[in-house]
Design a protein around this ligand. Structure first.
Ligand code: PLP
Length: 394
């Protein structure tokens, strides 16, 4: 009987990884399981990125680098933020870390004290609450339902702010809902935030490039220049370049906050893998058409899936703006199957239809489930056939 820390006892293991694990167990036992739980592109890392990594090994870039990342990669991030987002940063405002998750964790560790409140619009990406708890802070949720396309508005934000609020998370396009904030919507949120100078805003732009809405991508730093000294932009190469395994993320923000995050990184992980940094450098500076090919495929699958799911009795979903997820309301199907929770329904779907999904309660939105369409169209069609058949059986 080991007495583990209060810190670790306060959190749950990542629920998305738990579903993948359960699906893997069923597969290993010989079942033909379709995994729609995954959070990574099914595409291969572009060849020119792999080549850059091989060249980095041959050139001997296999030693420690600067704790905050190699200068060329920091410059590539600066160039990217300038090119895509019209944002200007200096080298001391950039930190390269071991994946987007690591960037977020560094930020929370550097910024939050026990008792501080973190505002998290729900549905949310699974890690925000638990990472907040890990540093002793308190997650506070702002629920946004399907009728508001799962996006919070200015009134809700205003009502959720207390004297203890220190951080707001924004994630657009969103994992799990696939919806994105427009520039006008972000502007309205910004107009609330100008009145609360103690709140830092973390904009998680991980899915920036996986977007097909009419509106171009916007984050709050782009629409609210007056807030820029309180905004940290978080992103990485994992999703846009199919580089989840390479573990490179980055943060851009006020120099003192970036310096504090770097201090934490220097005493925990040190630099992210040198070879991965050279690969990310090639990805950011290289031909960006690899992204378009993936986005075209994701959009096709999205259109198919949203329409097909809406034809299944008890399932309702809205068209997303981007990402490779669809978030479906399954209240009707839960009732038809006499399931009192989405977790129970997802378990039934996994056991009976052999399709792995992540229950919405993992994202703070009970009564839903998340479908990832990072798989071939054929796989998706088969998954829909199975779930439709499952829904028909009384
Ligand atoms: N932010 C969001 C919204 C994500 O969905 C993910 C990955 O699932 C991350 C951050 C973290 O990405 P990484 O794999 O680079 O740690």
């Amino acid at each position: 009987n080991y007495q583990l820390s209060d810190r670790v006892n306060a959190i749950q293991p990542s629920p998305t990884l738990a579903v993948s694990q359960k699906a893997a167990e069923l597969k290993a036992a010989g079942h033909d399981v379709i995994g729609l739980g995954v959070g990574e592109p099914d595409f291969d890392t572009p060849a020119f990125v792999k080549d850059a990594a091989k060249a980095a090994i041959d050139a001997g870039h296999t030693k420690y680098t600067a704790v905050d990342g190699i200068l060329d990669l920091k410059k590539a991030v600066i160039a990217k933020l300038n090119r895509d987002n019209q944002l200007d940063y200096q080298v001391n405002q950039i930190l390269i870390s071991a994946g987007g998750k690591h960037s977020i964790f560094n930020l929370l560790s550097a910024w939050l004290n026990p008792g501080d409140e973190v505002l998290i619009p729900a549905p949310y990406w699974v890690s925000y609450p638990d990472m907040s708890l890990l540093v002793g802070a308190e997650p506070k949720f702002i629920p946004a339902g399907i009728e508001q396309r799962y996006k919070i508005n200015a009134e809700q934000l205003e009502a959720a702010i207390t004297p203890k609020t220190r951080l707001l998370f924004l994630n657009s396009p969103s994992n799990p809902t696939g919806t994105a904030y427009t520039a006008a919507e972000l502007r309205k949120l910004a107009e609330v935030l100008v009145n609360y100078p103690d709140i830092l805003i973390a904009t998680d732009d991980m899915y920036e490039h996986i977007l097909w809405s009419q509106e171009p991508f916007a984050n709050i730093a782009m629409v609210a220049p007056e807030l820029r000294d309180r905004i940290v932009v978080l992103s990485g190469v994992s999703k846009a370049y199919a580089m989840t395994g390479w573990r490179i993320g980055y943060a851009a923000g006020p120099a003192p906050i970036i310096a504090a995050m770097k201090k934490i990184q220097s005493q925990s992980t040190s630099n992210p893998a040198s070879i991965s940094q050279y690969a990310a450098l090639a990805a950011l500076n290289g031909d960006q058409s690899c992204i378009n090919e993936m986005v075209t495929a994701f959009k096709q699958r999205h259109d198919y899936l949203v329409e097909a799911l809406n034809q299944i009795p008890g399932v309702q979903c809205i068209a997303g703006d981007g990402t490779f997820y669809t978030f479906a309301n399954i209240d009707g199907l839960m009732a038809a199957k006499s399931c009192s929770t989405d977790v129970e329904l997802c378990e039934q779907i996994l056991n009976d239809a052999k399709v792995a999904l992540v229950p919405g309660s993992a994202f703070g939105a009970p009564g839903h489930c998340r479908f990832s369409f990072a798989c071939s169209m054929e796989t998706l069609q088969e998954a829909v056939r199975r779930i439709a058949a499952f829904a028909q059986i009384k």
